[in-house]
Design a protein around this ligand. Structure first.
Ligand code: 8X3
Length: 248
């Protein structure tokens, strides 16, 4: 049995990951919306769950939440840094600065805050592991996505750097880099415009959140001496960040 923290647990990949890891583990489910976390907890009847409500981009909220963890939950084995989003899709010169701030705040600073806040608890574990949700956008910049891509390149750099820094601590660090996954991701990127969001997944079979959850489960269930460094997951009909074969 592992104690596993999942950020952004109330929807998408975080939600599917909580479901995939529910058996034989204890879950610390983190998100901004308590009702959504409670709903997930109700669905995971057999699983011991602790709910932490905070916004990853708000430093004080993050540290306050981790400080509030009861003693019985303080031995944390796995941190899944899943929270993060894309805001807007526009050329850098046209992009809204507030959108760029939001992506750096959640995808980069949020991951840093949560990891810093969680580290003292991870250090209690003999089998500690951090899984960072990156993206194909962390490996290939594309037009209109410059700052989103930069935020995911930062996740890649943080993952590689942490793997080096944590060697003496014995903490494994893995990056999971998905391509097109059909979640609320595009709806958020396009600020609720369903037509634009649906168009992203038009004419091919995208990944589902459950596909990514399965790889996360595979990653953290490796033998103690095995550290998966990096998994890139694409739909069968996606070759790179911008090349997708569509049938219409
Ligand atoms: C999500 C994948 O290609 O939309 O991170 O940036 S992509």
């Amino acid at each position: 049995m592992k104690t596993i923290v999942i950020t952004g647990a109330s929807s998408g990949i975080g939600y599917a990951t909580a479901k995939a890891l529910a058996k034989d583990n204890r879950l610390i489910l983190c998100g901004r919306r308590l009702e959504r976390l409670q709903q997930l907890q109700n669905e995971l009847k057999e699983t011991p769950c602790l709910l932490l409500t905070f916004d990853v981009s708000k430093k004080e909220e993050v540290f306050k939440a981790f400080d509030s963890i009861p003693v019985a939950w303080k031995n944390i084995d796995v941190l899944i840094n899943n929270a993060g989003n894309a805001h807007g899709l526009a050329r850098f010169q046209d992009a809204d600065l507030a959108d760029l701030d939001a992506m750096i705040d959640s995808n980069v600073k949020g991951l840093i805050y949560v990891t810093k806040a969680c580290l003292p608890y991870l250090q209690q574990s003999q089998n500690a592991h951090i899984v960072n949700l990156s993206s194909i956008a962390g490996k290939q910049a594309y037009t209109n996505g410059t700052t989103y891509c930069a935020s995911k390149w930062a996740v890649e750099a943080l993952t590689k750097g942490m793997r080096l820094d944590f060697l003496p601590l014995g903490i494994k660090v893995t990056s999971i880099a998905p391509g097109a996954v059909e979640t609320e991701f595009s709806l958020i990127r396009f600020k609720g415009d369903t037509e634009k969001a649906n168009n992203v997944y038009r004419g091919f079979e995208p990944l589902q959140a459950e596909d990514i959850a399965e790889s996360i489960a595979f990653t953290i269930n490796q033998p103690k001496h095995v550290q998966l460094a990096d998994i890139t997951i694409l739909p069968k009909t996606q070759a790179d960040a911008t090349t997708i074969l569509r049938n219409n």
